[in-house]
Write a protein that binds this ligand. Structure first.
Ligand code: NDP
Length: 328
């Protein structure tokens, strides 16, 4: 089986933006499970990896793609057998281990989870890393803030992958969601936002404490958007910080924390333990209406990756972009 050939998008070195190449299964990295990949999804981190704006890739050559959904074709693990449907998110896929922009992947079995039977391969990747991260963020909000019409939650980068799924999940649970976005209002209203705040109209401020507005917030953009929102969080509120689409810096004061008892909760999906992943995917299975996934989806193929990388890193992509890796 090891000499079977297949296509993958591969980045050879730090000056390369990647090419589709033909590889053999024996070229894949170590792992006890080999998967025939059907879909991967296109995440902000993949855009950063392909454009190499920041050093996401830890070794070369590398196949980017932080997630995939596919079928097990070879397994030396007692937990998986040939024919099992699996998904992978994170664990260094696309960074230090060959990732999902490939027709085959080989990974350690501990990185995989079984595909929840509520979703098919395509739907699992419409959610993908963004959906699973959104679930982790919303679970943080639920841990502190009751879902009711009194509680306003702010979501930033709201039209993006993580943001849009957060908007949908929070609205479905009964929160009042304000979406902060630079894009089309109708899309955000359709997925559940009660209000859309234009990014240009959001008043950035250095004041340590402003009028209390939000019971909670999910932030995917970082920088002065995050520092401004911290000063507007109500007493006992929480901010789940998961992204840096605007920038990684955060200049703030301790006042919102020590005078308003607020929590800044970091959310990482890459190294989240197995139990937490299962809980997050169950949460998605329980709450996601499969019809909404069609409205979030844009379908692309391996030859679109470079163009997508430029678009996502300049904030131009809305919803979820999935990659049919068997189309070049
Ligand atoms: P997307 O590109 O799909 O969404 C990002 C959104 O942020 C954009 O659509 C845009 O939304 C907004 N945005 C982009 N640039 C700017 C800017 N300069 N200023 C303000 N807003 C901007 O990315 P994802 O949803 O996939 O990821 C969002 C962030 O979360 C990324 O930083 C990503 O790396 C991070 N992430 C972190 C994970 C973790 O484990 N910690 C896991 C997954 C993602 P709009 O126009 O609506 O404002």
């Amino acid at each position: 089986m090891n000499n079977k050939s297949f296509k993958a998008f591969i980045i050879e070195n730090k000056d390369d933006s990647g090419l589709i190449k033909t590889l053999a299964l024996e070229d894949l990295m170590d792992g006890d499970v080999t998967v025939k990949v059907f879909f991967s999804s296109f995440n902000f981190k993949d855009g950063l990896a392909i454009t190499q704006r920041i050093p996401i890739i830890k070794r070369f050559p590398m196949i980017p793609g932080v997630d995939f959904a596919g079928e097990v074709v070879e397994s030396y693990s007692k937990n998986y057998k040939t024919g099992d449907s699996v998904i992978l998110n994170g664990w260094g896929a696309g960074e230090s281990h060959y990732g999902g922009f490939s027709q085959y992947a080989r990974v350690p079995s501990e990185w995989l989870i079984k595909l929840p039977n509520t979703f098919n391969y395509e739907e699992a990747m419409i959610l993908g890393t963004a959906g699973y991260t959104a679930a982790l963020c919303v679970m943080e909000i639920i841990s502190r803030i009751k879902a009711n019409k009194e509680n306003k939650i702010l979501v930033t980068g709201a039209s993006g992958g993580v943001g849009s799924i957060c908007v949908y999940l929070l609205a479905k649970l009964g929160y009042v969601v304000t979406a902060l976005s630079g894009k089309d209002k109708d899309f955000l209203i359709n997925i559940g936002a009660s209000h859309v705040l234009d990014r240009e109209e959001f008043q950035l401020s250095n004041k340590p404490l402003q009028k209390e507005i939000w019971s909670g917030a999910i932030d995917t953009v970082g920088s002065n958007v995050l520092s401004t929102m911290l000063s507007q969080i109500r007493y006992n509120g929480i901010v789940a910080s998961t992204g840096l689409a605007k920038g990684p810096e955060l200049i703030t004061t301790v006042y919102p924390f020590i005078l308003r008892n607020i929590t800044l909760a970091g959310v990482d999906c890459v190294l989240a333990p197995y139990d937490k992943r299962i809980k997050a995917w169950k949460f998605l299975s329980d709450l996601i209406d499969r019809d909404i996934l069609k409205t979030l989806k844009t379908l692309n193929c391996l030859s679109d990756l470079k163009k997508l990388a430029e678009r996502i890193t300049s904030g131009k992509i809305a919803g979820r972009t999935i990659i049919d890796v068997n189309k070049t």
